[in-house]
Design a protein around this ligand. Sequence first.
Ligand SMILES: NC(=O)c1ccc[n+]([C@@H]2O[C@H](COP(=O)([O-])OP(=O)(O)OC[C@H]3O[C@@H](n4cnc5c(N)ncnc54)[C@H](O)[C@@H]3O)[C@@H](O)[C@H]2O)c1
Length: 333
Amino acid sequence: MPLEPIRVVVTGAAGQIAYSLLYQLAKGDVFGPDQPLYLHLLDIPVMMGVLEGVVMELMDCALPLLLGVVPTADPAEGFKDIDAAFLVGAMPRKEGMERKDLLAANVKIFKVQGQALDQHAKKTVKVLVVGNPANTNALICSKYAPSIPRENFSAMTRLDQNRAQAQLAARFGVGIDNVRNVIIWGNHSSTQYPDARFAVVTKDGGESRVADSAADAAWLQDQFISTVQKRGAAVIAARKMSSAMSAAKAACDHMRDWWLGTTGDKYVSMGVISDGSYNTPKDIIFSFPVLVKDKQWTIVQGLELDAFSVQKLQQTGQELNEEKEEALAVCQD
Ligand SMILES: NC(=O)c1ccc[n+]([C@@H]2O[C@H](COP(=O)([O-])OP(=O)(O)OC[C@H]3O[C@@H](n4cnc5c(N)ncnc54)[C@H](O)[C@@H]3O)[C@@H](O)[C@H]2O)c1
């Protein structure tokens, strides 16, 4: 029997991440090769002309799964009956802008979009926040959508996970599929903790834990972490524009695993509402290793934290608490 069509919204649809993302969504990379869909494309009024061009291109891609496209600047129309949301649209940091100002501008966008999701989207909607500060934006969005379960909101740290996995694959001289279970803890910011202590590499027919290799211990605590943390800045320095192709791919990976489930004991990192696991602050969106079944994620439990990791988790948790306080103050204005 053919699958019922779903409705998927992408905000910031005229921007550079969306330009890579939309094609992958419309050709079945995320929701499956048999899942027909409508795409809702939300951006701000001044971008409607550009968006028209994106709509033309989607049409010209001639993709059989794409049943229709709804370009709009109206959140009510953008979020109507939505099954899955990619919240990419956000204000970029302008010259001279403080981090605080950026946070203030962006959390207001996510307050409005939370309210629109609350009123117009399906209650089962899965919301992935990509726009920065992604964790705190997701928290605010969820707060203003009280009729939708908090578990349905997540923030993207999959790009960081993919970057970490790629660094390990290169270091150990294996293909990307031969590295699993690297973790990103905490905030999608420079305080994130890329943790390879539980990562497993398959090489020459055998499996080994990355952490067991003494020769790599210093590299793991030093270069590996800083390369992953600073990868976004390195791309900007080289490309003069921020990561877009890799961010779009990561958004697809995140939503596909949420929608279709993870495989076996292979976990992935998602920013989700914290229940205090691993002594993290509760009620912030914190990136944890998760497994997904039937569209529900669960935090992987029982991983042992050493003193270095405890300190890293504390640091990023504290930053998220501070962002939360700032965001709540802005939203109450
Ligand atoms: N979580 C991650 O790993 C990750 C990775 C890369 C980029 N990002 C973030 O993703 C966001 C988008 O990046 P980009 O490169 O596509 O930026 P971009 O500037 O090319 O596009 C952003 C788009 O969002 C639109 N927009 C702004 N306000 C909006 C609103 N209220 N409603 C709907 N649309 C709105 C803009 O008009 C623009 O078209 C940025 O915040 C960036 O920092 C996150």
